[in-house]
Design a protein around this ligand. Structure first.
Ligand SMILES: Nc1ncnc2c1ncn2[C@@H]1O[C@H](COP(=O)(O)OP(=O)(O)O)[C@@H](O)[C@H]1O
Ligand SMILES: [Mg+2]
Length: 256
């Protein structure tokens, strides 16, 4: 079997809430199309309410399009769930499980043996700066650590496509920076396709290979490759002239 040329695609997708015949119906996406290539890190930026989460929910099979076609790994999204990881702004850890046991949940469900599970979860926890926190319970972890546990859990299954909805938005500035840096490093080692939603432009430019700016109605007002090669240094890159110039330009577009 040949691998799919796109990990995900939306073709001519319309999403309407409230039903076609009600006066209160709102059209969130109108004739929206998007392809995500294997290994691509796509960041979607746009104001609140423009339909970013809706796009992720379509890809996750949590929501059906009113019209149009949605595919993940060439399949309807509901049949492609084992290819997917989905991570939200708020972690959803199981309180009765330790950090490490939380990281292993997906592996366990998939039937991966205990030793292999341990090795994989330990490797991920080490690379995310969680060494020493393995046997702590979620209530014993800071918000930043909990979010990193959720990240490790998502990553553990090596999904072909990772959907991330403002995953660092609930963290304080400093924690957010280190979580971002660790995530970037991890992605540079093991490149899955990522669709990453954020309203933070600096974060978008720092992480993404491709940037899409959405406007209300799901209108795409920009879709561009980002010119920054990997590996990136998150402590340096945001202060380079090229980065700042692009950030300034895009900021003015976003605020129009
Ligand atoms: N289940 C729903 N029923 C009605 N309206 C919804 C529903 N889900 C989202 N919306 C509306 O769709 C629009 C886009 O939502 P969303 O995709 O969450 O935007 P974003 O993530 O860009 O902030 C918003 O105006 C929101 O109120
Ligand atoms: Mg949203």
């Amino acid at each position: 079997m040949t691998p799919p040329s796109n990990v995900a695609s939306l073709r001519g997708v319309t999403v309407r809430f409230g039903g076609a015949r009600t006066a209160k119906a709102t059209t969130v996406l109108r004739d929206f199309s998007l392809d995500v290539a294997p290994g691509e890190f796509l960041v979607i930026v746009g104001r609140s309410g423009c339909g970013k989460t809706t796009v992720l929910n379509l890809l996750a099979g949590l929501l059906d399009a009113t019209a149009g076609d949605v595919r993940v790994m060439d399949k309807p999204p509901r049949q492609a769930r084992h290819h997917l990881g989905y991570m939200f702004a708020r972690d959803a850890l199981v309180p009765s499980r330790t950090a490490q046991e939380n990281v292993e949940i997906g592996l366990e469900v998939r039937g991966v043996g205990r030793q292999q599970r341990r090795a994989r979860s330990q490797e991920l926890m080490n690379s995310l700066g969680l060494a020493g926190a393995e046997s702590r319970y979620p209530w014993q972890l800071s918000q930043g650590m909990r979010q990193r546990v959720a990240l490790a859990r998502t990553w553990a299954l090596e999904p072909d496509l990772i959907l991330m909805d403002e995953p660092f938005a609930a963290l304080d500035a400093q924690t957010r920076e280190s979580a971002r840096a660790q995530f970037l490093q991890m992605w540079e080692r093991q490149r899955s396709s990522v669709v990453f939603v954020t309203h933070d432009l600096t974060e978008a430019l720092l992480l993404g290979d491709r940037l899409m700016i959405m406007a209300p109605g799901g209108r795409i007002i920009e879709d561009m490759r980002l010119p920054f090669p990997h590996p990136r240094d998150p402590a340096e890159l945001p202060f380079t002239d090229e980065f700042r110039a692009l950030e300034r330009k895009l900021k003015s577009w976003l605020s129009d």
